[in-house]
Design a protein around this ligand. Structure first.
Ligand SMILES: Nc1ncnc2c1ncn2[C@@H]1O[C@H](COP(=O)(O)OP(=O)(O)OP(=O)(O)O)[C@@H](O)[C@H]1O
Ligand SMILES: [Mg+2]
Length: 253
């Protein structure tokens, strides 16, 4: 049993050692960067609060309430960053069971359907039968797919379409795709989107895709991004025919 962090860093093969060291230093650098933003904002607002309180005037109480609200918000942001980081170090092992991947797609879409409706986004599930039974961790796979679908909703924002599809390709691999009608991923960001803490959103942690990638990799598969010719991003989870046997999550400690 490993953790998402331990699995990503691994310890088994010297071949990957340099790459993993780079990943760890990038992870820590980004974590430090993430923490620094709310910290400097806290510093400024506490300082302003001190100045206000040094010369109490009529409006100072109302001002202080506003500043304290900002401070509380930034504290919550720090807490979320630390919590997310700790979650990466929680025990991570795969609970393998035979499952129907079409059902996972429908469950994920049911979860986000109310949000999609509110945003006027059409959510379509396309299951191309027959599908071979998959041996996988239902909870983890749901999490990975959910991260992709939430990103799709955020990319489309409002009035658009998201298609979640699953089919078998010519080699027998299961292809799970999330295709949205959003702006797509700019070419220069294609590699970076999978980096931990890479985000273009004001309130994003930048961990969603990285976690999804770790989960897919633990199942012996891979996660890729492309833009569709007609526009929009396409994220593809590819699970090899019997790739479910390549479960790194269970063999590491
Ligand atoms: N469907 C998509 N269309 C366009 N860009 C995307 C899409 N999905 C992800 N991205 C880009 O990849 C970045 C990283 O995504 P990721 O899910 O890792 O983090 P996030 O969504 O920014 O934050 P969080 O997942 O914590 O909310 C996003 O900030 C966005 O720039
Ligand atoms: Mg995300």
């Amino acid at each position: 049993m490993g953790t998402i962090l331990a699995n990503a860093l691994g310890s088994d093969s010297a071949q990957w050692a340099a790459e993993r060291r780079t990943l760890l230093s990038r992870l820590l650098a980004r974590m430090a960067h993430e923490v620094r933003n709310p910290l400097s904002s806290l510093d400024i607002h506490v300082q302003l609060l001190e100045e206000d309180l040094a010369q109490p005037t009529a409006g100072v109480a109302a001002k202080a309430v506003g500043r304290l609200e900002i401070i509380r918000g930034e504290l919550r942001r720090l807490e979320a960053i630390v919590e997310n980081f700790l979650r990466l170090a929680e025990p991570f092992s795969l609970n393998l069971e035979p499952l129907h991947v079409g059902r996972i797609c429908r469950q994920v879409c049911d979860l986000v359907q109310p949000d999609a409706e509110n945003r006027d986004i059409q959510l379509v599930v396309k299951v191309v039968e027959p599908l071979p039974p998959l041996v996988a961790d239902a909870g983890q796979l749901t999490q990975a797919l959910l991260n992709l679908v939430i990103n799709a909703l955020q990319a489309v924002e409002r009035r658009g379409r998201i298609e979640v599809s699953v089919r078998v390709d010519a080699d027998g691999a299961l292809m799970l795709q999330v295709h949205d009608s959003g702006p797509g991923v700019p070419v220069e960001n294609r590699a970076a989107v999978f980096d931990p803490y890479f985000t273009t959103k004001a309130d994003g942690t930048g961990l969603g895709l990285w976690i999804a990638q770790q989960i897919v990799a633990a199942h012996g598969g891979d996660l890729q991004v492309a833009n569709a010719p007609a526009g929009g991003a396409v994220f593809t989870i590819c699970l090899p025919p019997r790739g479910q046997a390549a479960v790194h999550g269970q063999s590491q400690s």
